[in-house]
Ligand binder design. Sequence first.
Ligand SMILES: Nc1ncnc2c1ncn2[C@@H]1O[C@H](COP(=O)(O)OP(=O)(O)OP(=O)(O)O)[C@@H](O)[C@H]1O
Length: 702
Amino acid sequence: MKMSQKTIQQEEQERLNAALQDIEAQLRAIGPRYTGNDFTEQMLDLQREERKNRLEVARREPYFGRIDFQELTNDGKGDAGEPKPLYIGKAGVAKNGGNELLVIDWRAPAASMFYSFTGGDDPAGYASPDGEVSGYVHLKRNFMIRNGEIVRLVDSYVRGQEEGAVSDEFLLYRLGENKDNKLRDIVSTIQGEQDRIIRAERNKALFIQGVAGSGKTTVALHRLAFLLYQYEGRIRAERMIIFAPNRMFLDYISGVLPELGVGDIGQTTFADWALELLEHSVRLSDPSETMAYWFEEKRTKEEIEQSSGRWKGSLAFKDAIDRRLAELQGSIVPDTAFVPLDGFTLKPETMREWYETDYGEETVMVKRDRLASRIKRWLESELKHRGVADKKKRSAAMAKLNSYVKRIPAFTALQLYASLFKGKTALPDVPKSLAKATSERLGSGLAGAEDLAPLAYIQLKLYGLKVPPFDHIVIDEAQDYSPFQLETLRLCQRTPSMTVLGDLQQGIHAYAGIQSWNELMDLFPDGDTDFFELNRSYRSTMEIIDFANVILGGMTGGVKPAVPVFRSGDPVRTEPAAEDNWLQSVASTVTEWQASGSYDTISVIGRTARECEEIHRYLLSQGLESSLVQSKQLTYGGGLTVVPVYLSKGLEFDAVLIADAGSRNYETIDAKLLYVGCTRALHKLKLLYRGERTPLLEGWEG
Ligand SMILES: Nc1ncnc2c1ncn2[C@@H]1O[C@H](COP(=O)(O)OP(=O)(O)OP(=O)(O)O)[C@@H](O)[C@H]1O
């Protein structure tokens, strides 16, 4: 067996050498860049550059998989040919000077079998542009190639061998690796359930509920790469956009798309996007104050449920705004005639006709401005036709025009929004304290995060979107979105094409987000949505997931425990720490972990920013270099970090120490927070606690 494995490896290495030589030759043949002015040459040059980029990706790691497929012709009635090996890589490469493929792109239809095939003797297949193709898979092989050498080769399926099912060996090996400061692509080990989401139909709003570590973020990014490949020429990277919770998270995920050879996709936060849409007519009030309000002090369930964020994020509020917009719409066309001079009359009916028929689909303020210009043009042409030359008369008419047009209502989004909270125009059912706080804030040129969706919505309704509509929108951590936020983004597309992902079990911003996916899915007509669930968690060891599931057990509602991949590691430990040597315990755990050399990224997760500052100072005083993550952070550096639990969402670390899982920090209501913290760990998890251990771990022994 060993011998034959060696020959297989040698054989594959020879093939690899040949492929690399071919790729090198193709790269050498691409000449220098064209710098002249000829348009056709410039276009050809761009194509050569793209090809060069693909070849360079392929040179680094030409392929990661091989699947041997024996295609059945004529619906399986014809003769089966010889099994043909297909090598699968990040970029497709044709053989030098020919059409034959050296490597097929992982996104190509035939490559889908590499991911969807689960084993067994039955025919497998894939959908090609010419119809279904079926046949037999004879081999599924995974490679890891580094610097032109095959460093690992695993056959996860060989036809005729006893096991029959595709083995997880290669996946487990990849999952066992340490992580650095960036999320990575998973092309070599995408799982069937993830592949279905990646390749799902384009014109849908896809909702993905996935447990912590199920690969949601990763899958959404791969889906973007897939869509660009599959609908080449029809959708453009510049018209795709990713919404993530904060800048640091965007930095953390920023490596994946370039690794997949995809550039130019916009990446933003909802706040940044909304502020830009509003042309920075307001500033955002400090988000760390919101965080501090909700996370630094204890808040009750009632406070959360009656939060201003939930009120302003509701569809009831949107409906109230719609009614106000309709009133505004109804008051645009003046109901008195315009009479600039004796005998000159422009009737309201004429204006109404212009407004309603000629400017049809435009937004309110655009229509309003058109109407105003049309009235002006009407006056000019009347003056001309009737030969009014008298300067005095002309300027009197113009003065009348100006005052007439001024009376046609015009609003900025901010003015209209402010009017909902203040004075006679205030909405009748706004809670008083909320109206007061909002008015004060707006009065000083500030908007809270919760004001941005309504403001952006009003802006879109009044002035429209000034850039082309989005071809595809990705929303990560969507459980923290309000229906109003999603509705606002929905206005930015002609047909829905979205990937909306999150985990209700990690919905720690309940004061702003949703409690069930239906709150968001109901915004779309039936048939425009699809729902996927991912319950397997790939990030953490079985021990960590089983432990996190205990915390989940303390939550109410239909909780779904995460299903681990069979990857075993160290047991999870909880350990009491006395008040006076708690910080020493934190430091000594970190020192021990660092000394073991087993972990590249380590995080100490604290309950509040204050607690984290204290830990950070102490670690520094002990000579332990670490970085403290704060809410305005733009980048994530890896190594040793101290991070407040509510900012750790989305990130992951080889080893996690929950600094204090005492009952003072995590009461029953804080289950989601502790769950988020614990599910950040890949290989190692430990919890220290001062005083009583959190009631969330009642019944857990360890
Ligand atoms: N098929 C896979 N092969 C290898 N690694 C995978 C696979 N799927 C997910 N992972 C890894 O699991 C980890 C979690 O992925 P990701 O962060 O995308 O999950 P998530 O569902 O967004 O998590 P969370 O909700 O906790 O933020 C990452 O390290 C990712 O590389």
